[in-house]
Design a protein around this ligand. Structure first.
Ligand SMILES: NC(=O)c1ccc[n+]([C@@H]2O[C@H](COP(=O)([O-])OP(=O)(O)OC[C@H]3O[C@@H](n4cnc5c(N)ncnc54)[C@H](O)[C@@H]3O)[C@@H](O)[C@H]2O)c1
Length: 454
């Protein structure tokens, strides 16, 4: 196993090692150690609400995503006290945006990859939003929680199992929340489906299909920072690099970490051809990008089994021509919903073999978070309004002292298919176990808050 892959598989459970056909853990270059022992763990964060608080934010990473989130937060009148980016230009833009919203000029931190450490130390900030490239998520989140701040973290939370555990351990030890900003959980259809599932429209759930299928080749090869770090990851990592957009909503439908949990998964990837093909067509000879070797297989397919026996297919492709889709399909004993475009087929409502529109269900099942948001949301992003709905709800949870909808246990479980897919691929698609990040609490935990909201 090349050294560069080893970090993908840190902290895999012992059962997973033993399942690897023809390989001992030692010969596979994997560290034989256990993580997340319940015996030495601090008390759980399950059931722990935010203390009632007015959020005062520091934002780290003011690139494309950080700026979009900042604009929404300003609409929501959230105090932003400090902004940080390793680059000067984007962080100055962020500073100006805050001032233009009528707030005091936020302190600016820039010029070095460690400038964020000073921001985290500020005592006029209680929450840190992290929208940096993936490699920075965990070190920044750990420092923030250890400094007593709650964390709002972009996706995926972590890229190794060991780092997933570090987030869980730190949240429990510091009693700070680490909220995953998985915006797709707040999409119109995703939230409406929670109401339909709660009303037994699909019967017993059995199977979901989901994924992140987004032709990002232009961005990946752009001169923007977002191109550089994404391409860099694709020279180092294999498997599904972006599992949470598809998996988060499905996890909520299936009550993952709340009565069920991910048990094990298998994964396979196609060869990596999309970026090479694009480079031949668009990148001039002599460009340094010709020195890069892309290893992430274009189309990754994983199959996940839950402890209660449900199954999920999880797809990934960022590097080939195709329309955008997260698939977002859920099927049970009474019917099926599939998205992109949305369509439904329910027992008793079926028109033989045709799919039906979801429009007739909207009045009855539209989620309260969307009912509230229609009048004030601004459709200024290519994700529709779900970013607005997510942030509005997250800030409300802080202001009203509620438990977050998506906590550190979800962040860890939904990010885990990144490293687990890599490990499975390297072992001919053999199955890899998910750790139980909740340390057994999934058995008794109530349905997710979004379901209970209705
Ligand atoms: N939820 C979504 O829909 C969604 C969409 C896009 C991106 N994202 C996530 O948001 C994050 C950022 O993505 P992006 O597209 O905005 O990338 P980006 O490159 O546009 O922005 C990242 C910013 O972080 C800065 N940065 C890098 N290292 C830093 C450090 N050590 N300290 C401070 N700043 C640092 C960069 O200079 C850059 O401005 C990623 O985790 C990505 O997966 C989520």
């Amino acid at each position: 196993v090349p050294a560069k892959w080893i970090d993908d598989t840190n902290g895999l459970s012992r059962r997973s090692f033993l399942r690897m056909s023809g390989l001992t853990a030692m010969s596979a270059g994997l560290p034989v150690k256990s993580s997340g022992s319940a015996a030495k763990a601090a008390p759980t964060m399950i059931g722990v609400p935010f203390e009632k608080m007015e959020p005062a934010l520091g934002i780290i990473g003011t690139g494309s995503r950080g700026t979009l989130l900042l604009r929404i937060l300003l609409e929501l009148n959230v105090k932003v006290r400090a902004v940080c980016d390793v680059l000067n230009e984007p962080v100055e833009v962020a500073q100006t945006l805050v001032e233009h919203a009528g707030q005091a000029k936020p302190e600016l931190y820039s010029g070095s990859v460690n400038a964020y450490e000073k921001l985290i130390e500020r005592d006029d900030i209680n929450t840190i939003l992290i929208a940096t490239p993936w490699e920075w998520h965990v070190p920044m989140a750990l420092k923030a929680m250890r400094a007593g701040k709650h964390v709002l973290l972009e996706v995926p939370a972590a890229t190794t199992i060991e780092d997933c555990w570090k987030l869980v351990d730190a949240s429990e030890e510091t009693r700070r929340h680490c909220v995953l900003l998985e915006n797709c959980c707040y999409g119109y259809n995703e939230l409406m489906l929670l109401n339909m599932i709660a009303d037994d429209r699909f019967g017993d759930l059995l199977f979901a299909e989901c994924g992140y299928l987004h032709d990002l080749r232009d961005l990946i090869f752009s001169a923007k920072t977002g191109g550089t770090w994404r391409r860099d990851a694709m020279t180092k990592r294999i498997g599904n690099l972006y599992p949470t957009h598809g998996l988060g909503p499905v996890a909520n439908y299936m009550r993952i970490n709340r009565g069920d949990r991910f048990d094990y998964m298998v994964s396979m990837s196609t060869p990596a051809k999309g970026l090479d093909t694009y480079r031949k067509q668009h990148i001039a000879a002599g460009d340094p990008k010709w020195g890069e070797h892309y290893v992430t297989g274009d189309m990754n397919t994983s199959l996940i089994k839950t402890v209660n026996g449900l199954t999920i297919t999880l797809q990934y492709d960022l590097t080939n021509p195709r329309p955008y889709s997260r698939i977002n399909s859920i099927a049970g004993t009474k019917g099926i919903f599939t998205d992109f475009p949305p369509r439904i087929s329910l027992e008793g409502q079926r028109d033989e073999d045709s799919w039906m529109s979801i429009d007739e269900w909207k009045q009855k099942y539209e989620h309260s978070l969307w009912k509230d948001s229609h009048s004030i949301a601004k459709a200024d992003s290519d994700h529709g309004d779900m970013d607005f709905v997510m942030l509005r709800r997250t800030i409300q949870c802080m202001r009203d002292g509620l438990e977050p909808d998506i906590d550190v246990y979800d962040a860890a479980a939904w990010s885990a298919p990144g490293p687990l897919s890599a490990a499975s691929i390297r072992n001919r698609g053999n199955s890899m176990d998910f750790p139980d990040f909740t340390r057994g609490k999934w058995r008794t935990r109530a349905a997710c808050n979004l379901t209970r909201l209705g």
